[in-house]
Design a protein. Structure first.
Length: 185
């Protein structure tokens, strides 16, 4: 017997929109972002778009930096700078493209190549483009992040967040964080 909950239906729709195998919905975009960091080990190095959404910057710099995560904010359109910044301790590259609010565009496929070299997760915040205009997983990203509060939800109709991936091991970790930490919707 399959218990088909409303959250399962939402997650199946989000996975289909992004062309991913697994989706996890959260109580907000920031809750989804927290779950990504909680799926890493403390001390992980994270490369981040320098003009990332303000709330994301605050979450990383002012909250998770206190738990030993090493965030490096840089211009991810400068591939040489990214190549120079990645190392074996880089566990996550956090791309927001286009960025909110400056609308800078970053080459997702190029970021995927760099991430794969060191075995880092490439996460793309696809909130601004929406799945209609950009499919990060098809371009090589391992994880898509959404604030469904914005375009997906219709702006101002609801508060929500989502993560989408086709990576089974990553999905397993995210599923546990979603279950254990409780930022669900
Ligand atoms: C709004 C926004 C978020 C945060 O989402 P909330 O649902 O407000 O928590 C994350 N990333 C981007 C690009 C956003 O615009």
């Amino acid at each position: 017997r399959v218990l088909f909950r409303s959250r399962t239906a939402l997650e199946a729709s989000l996975a289909a929109l992004e062309g991913g195998k697994f989706a996890f919905s959260f109580s907000s975009g920031l809750a989804a972002e927290q779950a990504v960091l909680q799926a890493l080990e403390p001390g992980a190095k994270v490369l981040v778009s320098e003009d990332v959404y303000g709330g994301t910057g605050r979450l990383f710099r002012r909250l998770f930096a206190r738990y030993g995560f090493q965030f490096e904010f840089l211009d991810l359109s400068d591939l040489a700078a990214v190549e120079a910044a990645v190392d074996a301790n880089t566990k996550l590259i956090w791309v927001e493209t286009p960025t909110n609010p400056l609308l800078r565009v970053i080459d997702i496929a190029a970021m995927a190549k760099i991430a794969n070299k060191v075995g880092a997760i490439l996460a793309v915040d696809n909130t601004f483009a929406s799945p209609i205009l950009q499919s990060p997983l098809a371009l090589g990203a391992h994880l898509v992040v959404h604030s469904t509060t914005k375009y997906i939800g219709g702006h101002s109709d609801l508060i929500g967040g989502a993560l989408v991936t086709s990576d089974e091991a990553l999905a397993e970790k995210l599923r546990f964080v979603q279950f254990a930490a409780g930022a669900v919707n």
